[in-house]
Design a protein around this ligand. Structure first.
Ligand code: F6P
Length: 413
């Protein structure tokens, strides 16, 4: 017998609902469940209604025409989900803000006899929210506006939803999740819900579709074996960046995450230019290990001028902290925070690229591989290859790929 379930996403715009919905959808699908996502925002953007449905005015609760159109869109998706069930579908994910009790009640009434599970997405992390707004305003629906106009319009949209927001409280079978931290904040389940244990797992487990972890191309400092700094790519480094761009030209990469340093941005730029469209988001969390008093020195100079530093670091590279600087151990927290931002900002269904540095990439990789701490600072991190990582409940792939060796110039995932 088919086990049916309606999952009702709920939350303000930019709180990670669609990312969660996609993660649920894809993982359940891999489990063999017949699942489909019904996303009101996507339907609104697809419908050519003759109205500007991206404007702040459209979302005002006082705009009768806007309210009616949004209700109509919600109804269209409800009917599509009913059809999906009648054709053997098992799990329908209603991906919309669903911020009023009235709307949620209407969804519930539309599926008599089918259990519902409500998932409210919250995100209390201001920085992640700001970064998400930056990503949203670059979407196609805001192309006719300047950056500031688009940001203002989106903030107004959020305010409109806030003014009518009724948190989940009366509904049975509800979960509140922190979509940035990927953790469950509240749980109130009183019925036996099909797939529930699986859903809980998915909400809190990291799933990676395709993560391409790239180290920046060669820099002037690399040539001289110097530590840290903010130097430019060399001619060879620029060639490496162009080769990467060529290599990834056939793979869809909507966002490239970098550090704030020139060498990662210069490596990411040609890759982004071959994509349509692609944003580069620089995260300070991915800046290279800060070597304090040793910044700008060569490894040889450190050995000569600061022999204690060289000796101590050699003894325990993982826990060693540079004078006035950082160590692998002290970097872990910020790098992990950067990764949480990446997963929050990246749409689950899409590929992720991070262009980072030697030490930072080692720490990123160690978050996915189970490595002994003392091995982390020695993970191989070359500049002519990248790591490809894929993790889902059925697959774990970690591979080092040489991008220059692909003669045909392209790959696809
Ligand atoms: O590419 C050089 C570099 O990124 C330095 O800036 C950094 O200090 C170093 O690599 C990290 O590698 P290790 O910990 O092996 O010195």
């Amino acid at each position: 017998m088919k086990r049916k379930l309606v999952i009702v996403m709920m939350g303000l715009p930019a709180r990670g609902k669609s990312t969660m919905a996609r993660k649920l959808g894809r993982t359940l699908e891999l489990d063999g469940v017949r699942v489909r996502i019904f996303n009101n925002g996507e339907l609104r953007r697809r419908l050519d209604s003759g109205t500007d449905t991206s404007s702040a005015a459209f979302f005002s609760p006082a705009n009768i025409q806007g309210v009616e159109m949004r209700e109509r869109i919600a109804q269209m998706n409800i009917e599509a989900a009913q059809t999906f069930f009648s054709e053997g579908g098992e799990v329908a994910i209603m991906d919309a803000s669903n911020v009023t009790r009235r709307r949620r009640q209407h969804v519930a009434d539309s599926f008599p006899g089918v259990p519902l599970c409500y998932i409210e997405c919250l995100n209390a992390d201001e920085e992640a929210l700001e970064a998400n707004l930056e990503r949203k305003v670059r979407l196609k629906e805001f192309q006719h506006l300047t950056h500031d106009q688009a940001l203002e319009s989106f903030i107004q949209r959020i305010r409109s939803y806030e003014s009518i927001y009724e948190p989940l409280d009366a509904e049975t079978n509800r979960i509140v999740v922190d979509s940035f931290e990927s953790c469950i904040l509240q749980e109130h389940i009183t019925d036996v819900l099909p797939y529930y244990d699986r859903i809980r797992d998915i909400l809190t487990t990291r799933v990676v579709r395709n993560l391409f972890l790239v180290r920046h191309g060669e820099t002037l400092f690399n040539q001289e074996d110097r530590i840290g700094g903010d130097s430019d790519l060399t001619g060879k480094g620029r060639e490496q960046a162009n080769a990467l761009a060529e290599h990834f030209a056939t793979v869809r990469i909507p966002i490239i995450f970098t550090s704030n340093y020139k060498r990662t941005l210069q490596t990411a730029t040609p890759i982004a230019e071959r994509q349509h469209p692609c944003s580069i988001i620089a995260l300070p969390e991915f800046n290279e290990i800060y070597a304090g008093q040793c910044e700008g020195m060569t490894y040889e100079e450190v050995r000569q001028q600061m022999p204690d530093v060289a000796k101590e670091r050699g003894r325990n590279k993982y826990s060693y902290v540079y004078p006035d600087g950082e160590g692998y151990m002290t970097m872990e927290e910020r790098v992990l925070r950067g990764l949480k931002k990446v997963f929050f900002l990246n749409n689950y269904s899409e590929n992720i690229m991070i262009v980072g540095h030697r030490a930072v990439n080692r720490v990123i990789l160690s978050c996915f591989l189970s490595r002994q701490e003392e091995e982390i600072p020695y993970i191989y991190m070359p500049q002519d290859r990248y790591y490809h990582i894929q993790i889902d409940p059925h697959k774990r792939i970690f591979e080092l790929i040489a991008y220059r060796s692909i003669v045909s110039g392209g790959i696809s995932w």
